[in-house]
Design a protein around this ligand. Structure first.
Ligand code: PZK
Length: 286
């Protein structure tokens, strides 16, 4: 628990505290959600994996875009960050056709105004990554919006900048990950402004903000297994759970298998031992 910090927000699996007028503390819990429901069982160290991975990407993408990270705390799960004026759109980049992108393509042949080639199949790699903004739903699901609507929400000039920066960040990370056996199918960024300068906030390029797929199992033509959550999903499906709250408890072998996949994603992507990260979170900056 952070000292002398006011709780200012809750996400499904994260908490946000105010440290002072200019700084926030973002704390990643070990909670896991599947099929949009937070499960009653935690995955030990999941919050540390996501925090460390985010910090790793922040350290390596400074030259593409400034970011909100000020310091990682010694607990490995808490990020001190600069307080920004957040933009009212989710900045999604898709390199592959999945989720709502695949749904929209099957009904219209386009995603957020990007007309795509005919004949693509579920999970196909796109010819080029596309920027597919969404609104921030306060309840329920984010809604895809076309580029005109997004430009109205943030202004045309800022729209052009977040599109360019989002695609550059995705290309950098997807290429890095692909060389290490992980497909980043799509990802969501949240940006803010600090004195008018565009700054990347939130968590970035983690398995909770992206779709990570094992590259060696990639087979377009259907849904792909999740790098991190597949054991938990398969177990939940095997119970015949109706996917309404509350979700089922996970048995220890599913917890252990899931934890191992998060740690594997961290180690593959960062080339840092997870034990080194736990001993010194600053390892992600070297
Ligand atoms: C900010 N969220 C999402 C909600 C969470 C996270 N640097 C920042 N400055 C101002 N606002 C935010 C950030 C960041 N990051 C992030 N909402 C506001 C969110 C609830 C819990 F952990």
């Amino acid at each position: 628990m952070p000292e002398a910090a006011l709780h200012v927000g809750s996400g499904k699996v994260r908490e946000l505290y105010a440290l002072d007028d200019d700084r926030l503390l973002l704390v990643a819990s070990d909670r896991i959600s599947t099929f949009d429901v937070v499960l009653p069982t935690e995955i030990p160290d999941k919050g540390r994996v996501l925090t460390g991975l985010s910090a790793f990407w922040f350290a390596r993408t400074h030259d593409i875009c400034a970011n909100h990270l000020l310091a990682l705390r010694a607990d490995g799960r808490s990020t001190e960050c600069r307080r920004l004026e957040m933009l009212p759109i989710e900045c999604v980049v898709r390199g592959y056709l999945s989720g709502s992108g695949w749904k929209d393509y099957t009904s219209t042949g386009a995603v957020c105004g990007h007309v795509l080639p005919a004949g693509l199949t579920e999970s196909s790699e796109l010819p080029e990554p596309i920027f597919t903004p969404a609104t921030k739903a306060t309840t329920g699901h984010d809604e895809n919006i076309d580029r005109e609507r997004a430009a109205e929400l943030v202004g045309a000039e800022l729209f052009d900048e977040v599109e360019r920066v989002s695609i550059a960040l995705y290309r950098f990370a997807a290429e890095h990950a692909r060389a290490r056996g992980i497909v980043i199918a799509d990802t969501k960024f949240e940006f803010g402004l600090d004195d008018g300068t565009l700054v990347l906030g939130d968590e970035a390029l983690t398995p909770d903000s992206s779709r990570f797929w094992p590259a060696d199992e990639y087979r377009p033509g259907g849904a792909q297994p999740s790098f991190d959550k597949q054991y938990a999903r398969d177990y939940c499906e095997s119970l015949g759970w109706d996917k309404t709250d509350p979700g089922p408890e996970l048995p220890e072998e599913v917890v252990a298998g899931t934890r191992a996949r998060y740690v594997e994603a961290f180690e593959r992507l960062t080339a840092i031992g997870f034990d080194e990260y736990l001993a010194d979170p600053g390892a992600v900056n070297r």
